[in-house]
Design a protein around this ligand. Structure first.
Ligand SMILES: [Zn+2]
Length: 153
């Protein structure tokens, strides 16, 4: 499994999550695995301290890693059921929060939940796949273009 460290804004370790990268049915364990008793956290909170007035939000840690790779400040919720009131408070200071949910039913549920909770939230419409798939297909340019389209609205 890939270990995904959750770090605080000073780089201190908060927790670890694990993602199984085997291509199988994950019998006896989840695709994602969390330490027992751990509270659901936002991933990449150092971006909250580094971003200026806009920030991005992804569904899943790997998509957030892609955002950082292309130069954006971004945080992730580790699943569609993982948006909580305390996360709204953490992002309340931003004038715009761009939401990059997966283009499927679960993703649109996350988008709806976040947009209801946060007036500054705006969804970015993904077409090819999730953030990682879009990046693999078209590189950073594909993600920049999708954001530009939303900003032009
Ligand atoms: Zn597995």
């Amino acid at each position: 499994m890939v270990a995904i460290p959750y770090l605080g804004h000073r780089g201190q370790p908060l927790t670890l999550r694990f993602r199984c990268i085997q291509d199988h049915d994950h019998v006896g364990h989840g695709k994602y695995n969390t330490l027992t008793g751990d509270i659901p956290r936002m991933y990449g909170v150092d971006s909250i301290h580094s971003a200026s007035d806009e920030i991005h939000l992804t569904e899943g840690e790997f998509d957030r890693i892609i955002h950082r790779k292309i130069g954006w400040h971004s945080v992730a919720v580790p699943g569609v059921e993982m948006w909580f009131a305390r996360h709204r408070r953490m992002l309340a200071g931003f004038s715009r929060v761009w939401i990059w949910s997966d283009p499927d039913a679960a993703g649109s549920k996350l988008t709806t939940t976040v947009c209801k909770s946060l007036r500054s939230a705006r969804p970015v419409r993904l077409r090819v796949g999730d953030v990682t798939e879009t990046y693999k297909a078209g590189g950073a340019e594909a993600l920049y273009e999708l954001l530009d389209k939303e900003k032009a609205k």
